[in-house]
Design a protein around this ligand. Structure first.
Ligand code: KIV
Ligand code: ZN
Length: 500
């Protein structure tokens, strides 16, 4: 069996399903190009029938990248497959990913069907997709909870129908690593088409019990030759298996004997890019890409690392693209240094956009001693708000201990100026009350998170908010060295997304 593992990245499909993580087409292209540079083999670019935006993104990503295979998701439904094939028309290498639920609960409650009929529908979908593309992947949704004997019959049938890859998702993140590994082994041993090399198995593990990566590795060690992953492990609920973990486990544990095409030095920049574009912070202790992943704070560890780095480090931070010697940007850095750092982070920038970002960079560098990757990614994406109808003109807040906070706010709404003031039980409360004195709608703040990226008191505060309006939840983001301003910007970001 081949010792090469194909990396199938689903950041732009399963990852993008996370509420608040939606990207526009331009941002998706940016991520796709970075995934290509990272060495991903297959990019799942979207679910074309689900929305015109997804359809368009698959078209544009297909045009923008060259060597990775572009994959489009469908249900086992002819209309979905027709639309996916149309969306893939410009892809140099294309794949349709179709499938259906195979666990008893999916068969009974989702499809009100029976096992035999599900096999028929699975086979029909694969045959139909084969009319459009040679490369067809079939997913047996909830395979983690599907009985192995029946699953083997499904896999056998779809491989005979022409599937080139069969995806075995642990959709609910339920399996134990040993159980998931045994499932892959069982399929390898009981489906002739797999041992004959007609198709390969793929893992697609969710992290509900924190076992996604362990399950993926168990699957690989038992014969799977494709792993479905996302950057930073983002995805539905607790997320998917993270690309960086799988790539680094295989690099660190040479004994497993499996290689990928991933250029691991591009892992960190890719992680920062995705986190920034999706406004999705990476937990500080996240393996490989978290802020603390290579920080040794205890005295015993520091002492050991200073004597010999191997005492407490199993991998070199440089191997994942974290370079301590990377140029630190300050107020004295020029345009070229800013452009270079943004390029490393996957952002192509030139001309007027570079000039504008550089001006914003200088303003920030005046307030902060050192400007980090997250800051410049945030600045480079700041023009996303330029088209917004509601803009913050000014904000003044008086606050302190033992006094009520008072805020005055100025808004520009489609070119018209509005002002209001209010008091509140804290500066953010006062500012939002003042905002609501101008925008009088039934809006309720549902979630409010403030995050500082590095350690200094001059850091940029990033605010994530969820506001409920008209029975919908809207997600907003704001970033500023002043966290009250960042909070108001996040609220305004939500308002700008209101559908009416
Ligand atoms: O988790 C899952 O089962 C999926 C399939 C649609 C592949 O994402
Ligand atoms: Zn999934």
């Amino acid at each position: 069996m081949s010792d090469r593992l194909f990396i199938f990245d689903t950041t732009l499909r399963d990852g993008e399903q996370v509420p608040g993580c939606q990207l526009n087409t331009v941002e998706k292209i940016q991520v796709a190009r970075q995934l290509e540079a990272l060495g991903v083999d297959i990019i799942e670019a979207g679910f074309p029938v689900s929305s015109p935006g997804d359809f368009n993104s698959v078209i544009e990503i297909s045009k923008a990248v060259t060597w990775p295979t572009i994959c489009a998701l469908t249900r086992a439904v002819q209309k979905d497959i027709d639309v996916a094939a149309e969306a893939l028309q410009y892809a140099k290498h294309k794949r349709i990913h179709t499938g259906i639920g195979t666990s008893d609960s999916h068969i009974r409650y989702k499809f009100n069907s029976n096992r035999e009929e599900i096999i028929e529908r699975a086979v029909a979908a694969v045959k139909y997709a084969k009319k459009y593309v040679e490369d067809v992947e079939f997913y047996a949704e909830d395979a983690g909870r599907t009985e192995n004997e029946y699953l083997a019959r499904v896999v056998d049938a779809v491989v005979k129908a022409g599937a080139t890859v069969v995806n075995i998702p642990d959709t609910t993140g339920y399996c134990l690593p040993q159980e998931f590994g045994a499932k892959i082994k069982y399929l390898m041993e009981h489906v002739d088409g797999l041992s004959a090399g007609k198709a390969i198995l793929s893992t697609h593990c969710h992290n509900d019990l924190g076992m996604a990566t362990a399950n993926t590795i168990a699957g690989i060690m038992n014969g799977a030759r494709q792993a479905e992953v996302t950057i930073n492990g983002i995805g539905e609920r607790a997320g998917n298996t993270s690309l960086e973990e799988v790539a680094m486990i295989l690099k660190c544990h040479k004994g497993i004997g499996i290689d990928t095409n991933i250029n691991t030095q591009k892992i960190y920049p890719t992680s920062r890019l995705v986190s920034s574009l999706m406004n999705m912070p990476v937990q500080p202790n996240k393996a490989i890409v978290g802020r603390n992943a290579f920080a040794h704070s205890s005295g015993i560890h520091q002492d050991g690392v200073l004597k010999n780095v191997q005492t407490y480090e199993i991998m070199n931070p440089k191997d994942v693209g974290i370079d301590d010697n990377a140029i630190v940007l300050t107020a004295r850095s020029g345009r070229a240094a800013l452009k270079h750092r943004l390029n490393v982070l996957g952002v192509e920038i030139d001309g007027e956009r570079l000039d504008a970002t550089y001006q914003e960079f200088l303003k920030l560098a005046d307030k902060k001693k050192e400007v980090n990757d997250d800051d410049i990614l945030m600045l480079a994406g700041a023009d996303r708000a330029a088209a917004h109808a509601v803009k913050l003109d000014y904000l003044q807040v008086t606050t302190g201990m033992g006094v009520k906070s008072v805020a005055c706010i100025g808004l520009d709404i489609a070119g018209e100026k509005f002002e209001a003031s209010a008091s509140g039980n804290g500066p953010v409360d006062a500012a939002i009350r003042a905002l609501k004195n101008i925008i009088k709608r039934q809006m309720v703040l549902k979630e409010f998170t403030i995050q500082a990226i590095s350690k200094g008191s001059d850091d940029v505060g990033k605010v994530h908010m969820q506001v409920e309006y008209d029975d919908h939840l809207y997600y907003g983001f704001g970033a500023n060295t002043d966290i009250v301003t960042a909070s108001v910007e996040a609220y305004i970001d939500c308002i700008n997304k209101f559908k009416k």
